[in-house]
Design a protein around this ligand. Structure first.
Ligand SMILES: [Zn+2]
Length: 484
């Protein structure tokens, strides 16, 4: 069976990244390892033969360190991972000593950052590293709100925020860097005002632009760290790839409803997003945070962990989430940290790389965002066209594929409710002689619904409501009486 050795231990285990051990239980695997590599014994065990406290042992994805499962026979598939804590220290900082020493703190700064200076792990040197740091935050939304504010408050010398959107009313529930008066302002402008109010002395660069394959390297170039606070798969892969190619670590986080995840990619030879998820899910299959909702404090909690990881990387202290992913369920207060393995077949950071430039990679195709093939276009109706057809009274079937909680906000008049998962099975309920219109929240899952039925062999005319229910909400409200 396979035993994975974390980078910090490899020097003691013949520089091996993975060891093949005879099948057995955890105890026999460790015994084999320490007999084969006596140096490893001293690192992993104390004089009394107890596992040292800074070592974690995983089998499969489970941390078995302090469980009573050491003598349980492992199945061949349960790979063992030995993961010692990474010791902190200035050597681990992403800001080198030359840049740290070039900084000085004035009296105001010594007062302002007093609580950092009191921490022996940070102190003056750490604060100077923070001041020297140049950090990019991708997205001034829900996760960006705590990240930008805490990094500014902590004294990060240069913060660049990239976001092309304007503040909308529905953003305010989670995006606490913006206020009611900021609605319809560019998010970067609103974020800049908040940051100026926190700390006037740091450099703030507002990049009111959409990141794309053409501009990302130029926007990221010269920065020490990227914080991924974006909200879609295309951007996440683009950020991951650009950072791997430019050798910049990424602090990644994602939220959905009550759950948040944080990890660090491209750091110290650790894994990247592609090692973890070689491909994004099909569009519409997994709702985004925007479509699925999120409880207000969740981005605050998860973004704060992101900011904390960023500062630890800058100062060079503590244990990092590289090679690990923290998963927090805020509904049941369940938190776990799972190992993330580097994939030697990763096209970006593996042994034989095939992605050498972001400009040559087709992100739309990779993320399934290309318009469907010409032979099977999905016909769309605008809200106005659908309104006209509904008003005319001609036969028309309307299928609402939204989730129950989305329908609870407002139902669509005269619609039949069929979740996407049941469509193929319930195809008989549709009359192929009658035109059918599919409705979801934003007009993407409804395309998936039409393609699902096509694949199942349905031959009637199908239309997608362009922009989804969101685009038609106002018309539905004003017509309600007439259509019910
Ligand atoms: Zn990778």
């Amino acid at each position: 069976m396979k035993v994975y050795i974390s980078a910090t231990l490899q020097n003691f285990i013949g520089k091996n990244h993975v060891i093949e051990a005879p099948e057995g239980d955890l105890w026999s695997v460790l015994k084999f390892l320490t007999e084969e590599y006596p140096d490893a014994k001293q690192v992993l065990f104390d004089e009394d033969n107890n596992l040292r406290k800074f070592v974690r042992i995983y089998a499969g994805n489970e941390d078995r360190t302090t469980t009573d499962m050491w003598y349980k026979t492992l199945s061949g598939e349960e790979e063992v991972l030995i993961l010692p804590a990474i010791a902190g220290g200035a050597n681990d900082s992403i800001i080198n000593d030359v840049r740290m020493k070039a900084q000085s703190l004035d009296d105001d700064e010594i007062k302002r950052f007093e609580k950092h200076l009191l921490l022996k792990e940070i102190s003056v040197k750490g604060q100077k590293r923070i001041k020297a740091a140049r950090v990019i935050v991708c997205g001034a939304g829900a996760l960006g709100s705590p990240v930008i504010q805490y990094l500014a408050a902590a004294g990060v010398g240069t913060i660049k925020v990239v976001d092309e959107n304007e503040v909308a009313l529905e953003d305010l529930q989670t995006q606490v860097i913006h206020g009611s008066r900021d609605v319809r302002r560019p998010k970067v402008a609103s974020a800049k005002d908040t940051v100026r109010n926190i700390n006037r002395n740091i450099g703030f660069e507002a990049e009111n632009a959409a990141l794309n394959a053409e501009n990302i390297e130029q926007i990221f170039d010269g920065y020490d760290l990227v914080i991924d606070c974006s909200d879609n798969y295309k951007l996440r892969y683009l950020i991951n790839d650009a950072c791997a190619l430019l050798d910049i670590p990424v602090v990644f986080a994602a939220i959905y409803q009550y759950e948040g995840r944080v990890s660090i990619f491209n750091h110290n030879g650790g894994p990247c997003l592609r090692c973890l998820y070689p491909e994004p899910p099909e569009p519409g299959l997994v709702p985004t945070c925007a479509a699925g909702g999120a409880i207000s404090p969740l981005p605050g909690i998860i973004g704060s962990i992101q900011a904390n990881e960023a500062l630890k990387l800058i100062i060079g202290i503590g244990e990092h989430l590289d090679g690990k992913m923290l998963i927090m369920d805020s509904l049941y207060l369940h938190t776990r940290i799972l190992p993330v393995k580097k994939d030697s077949n990763c096209p970006l950071c593996g042994l034989s790389k095939t992605i050498l430039s972001v400009e040559e990679f087709d992100y739309d195709d990779f993320c399934g965002l290309k318009e469907p093939d010409e032979e099977t276009p999905v016909e769309g109706l605008t809200p106005e066209e659908l309104t006209k057809r509904m008003d005319s009274g001609e036969p028309l079937t309307i299928i609402d594929v939204r989730e129950p909680h989305e329908r609870a906000i407002m139902r669509f008049p005269n619609a039949i409710i069929i979740p996407i998962g049941q469509l193929a099975r319930r195809m008989k309920e549709l009359d192929p002689e009658v035109d059918t219109v599919f409705i979801c929240k934003s007009g993407k899952r409804s395309i998936l619904a039409i393609n699902t039925l096509r694949e199942a062999g349905y031959e009637g005319n199908m239309y997608n409501l362009k922009g989804g229910f969101d685009a038609m909400k106002d018309i539905v409200l004003s017509h309600e009486g007439a259509w019910l």
